[in-house]
Design a protein around this ligand. Structure first.
Ligand SMILES: Cc1cc2nc3c(=O)[nH]c(=O)nc-3n(C[C@H](O)[C@H](O)[C@H](O)COP(=O)(O)OP(=O)(O)OC[C@H]3O[C@@H](n4cnc5c(N)ncnc54)[C@H](O)[C@@H]3O)c2cc1C
Length: 346
């Protein structure tokens, strides 16, 4: 094994899943955590940064709380739903907490115990298996390639997980390209919006406000994703959206499981948590609660593999909801009925 450092566990990826696992796993383990994000702030995970009630509940159950410096303005309690196929619009009550996603990620990392070795601004580039250990090769900010070994690895490296692709090279999961643009703040009545337009995407687009910015984004089939995004922007002009001169455009892959069996949680001492495993809501693309819950479950049972029963049930419930949101006739019937909609003064 030469002079490479040996660990009990190497955690790859410190988003909400990896950082929460690191925070909760018993302290008897010698751990290295590696993340491509820099302390110096360059990479930011493209995200809506809306903390859904299930994520809030999980944070409460874990005995944690968040501080006001993670919040952004404004906190909005309804979502404006626009359905292009039926031309219907409705408002629904929502109880999201509007977060600065990058600040939340850095807060999750800051909660990790000091005893955990960490290598930030470092990207894992290869995973080998040798004599009962995983050999992890990662490139540091200075361009140096470093190697470390571990009995166990935890892949918390998000939608495009290298750990998942290494463990399950033939496993396919439905994947979209998510694109977001940021614009200078533009409305006197800030709002959240969900936009369903089957002509552009079989998933959805969204809009929201964060401090001085208006964000428009969506998840699009990867073929022609950029053209679809631009087409959606053009079509939204009729609804009064002004989507000119963005100050930032960002994109990343986002998974959307079609069945519970799409989830892969690892094998042979390698574990997957968060979106790396495929844990994300197929109805809303809400993933933070899944990241937190899967991390907590693994930390509780480690090194045994948890059953993830509660999370599978939650995912199953969201899969049942999908046709009511995405099947145009069912969506039209529900929106027409006004079920659970609220009247919002504009
Ligand atoms: C545009 C968009 C909007 C979204 N909006 C919301 C929302 O409002 N609310 C919500 O709950 N969910 C939302 N989601 C989903 C949510 O962002 C993810 O499901 C969630 O971040 C998953 O957490 P995670 O810790 O599993 O992975 P991630 O948050 O993706 O973290 C993965 C980490 O791994 C690191 N990493 C990746 N590869 C490597 C590597 N090779 N080496 C080292 N490090 C690596 C990355 O730097 C990153 O820090 C959104 C997703 C997208 C794409």
């Amino acid at each position: 094994m030469g002079s490479m450092e040996h660990y009990d566990i190497i955690i790859i990826g410190l988003g909400p899943a990896g950082a929460t696992f690191a925070r909760l796993v018993p302290d008897k383990y010698h751990i290295l955590a590696i993340d491509a994000k820099g302390e110096a702030d360059q990479y930011r995970k493209p995200c809506g940064g809306l903390l859904a009630p299930d994520a809030q509940k999980t944070i409460a159950e874990m005995g944690f709380h968040i501080t006001k410096d993670l919040l952004v303005d404004p906190q909005i309690f309804s979502v404006h739903t626009i359905d292009f196929s039926s031309k219907l619009e409705r408002h629904y009550q929502r109880a999201y907490v509007n977060l600065d996603r990058h600040a939340f990620d850095m807060w999750c990392i800051a909660q990790m115990p000091d005893r955990i070795d960490r290598s930030m601004d470092s990207r894992v580039i290869r995973i080998d298996w040798q004599d009962g250990n995983y050999i992890i090769h990662y490139r540091t900010r200075s361009g140096q390639t470093v190697t470390a070994s571990a009995r166990y690895i935890v892949g918390a490296d998000g939608a495009n997980s290298l750990v998942r692709r290494s463990l399950y090279p033939t496993h396919k999961m439905r994947t979209y390209l998510s694109i977001q643009e940021w614009y200078p703040h533009q409305a006197s009545h800030p709002f959240y919006a969900s936009i369903f337009d089957p002509e552009v995407s079989d998933c959805y687009s969204w809009a929201m406000y964060k401090d001085d910015c208006f964000i428009f984004g969506g998840a699009y089939p990867q073929a022609g994703a950029r053209e679809r995004f631009d087409r959606q922007k053009k079509k939204l002009r009729d609804y009064g959206f002004v989507l000119d001169r963005p100050i930032k455009r960002e994109a990343c892959l986002v998974l959307r499981p079609e069945r519970v069996a799409d989830i892969v949680t690892g094998k042979h001492g390698a574990y997957l948590i968060g979106e790396a495993a495929g844990w994300i809501s197929p109805s809303s693309l809400e993933g933070i609660s899944y990241a937190l819950i899967s991390a907590r479950e693994l930390a509780r049972h480690f090194p045994d593999m948890p059953s993830y029963r509660r999370l599978k049930l939650k995912l199953f419930g969201k899969l049942l909801k999908v046709p009511f949101l995405y099947q145009p006739t069912l969506r039209r019937l529900i929106m027409q009925s006004g079920l659970q909609s609220i009247k919002v003064k504009t």
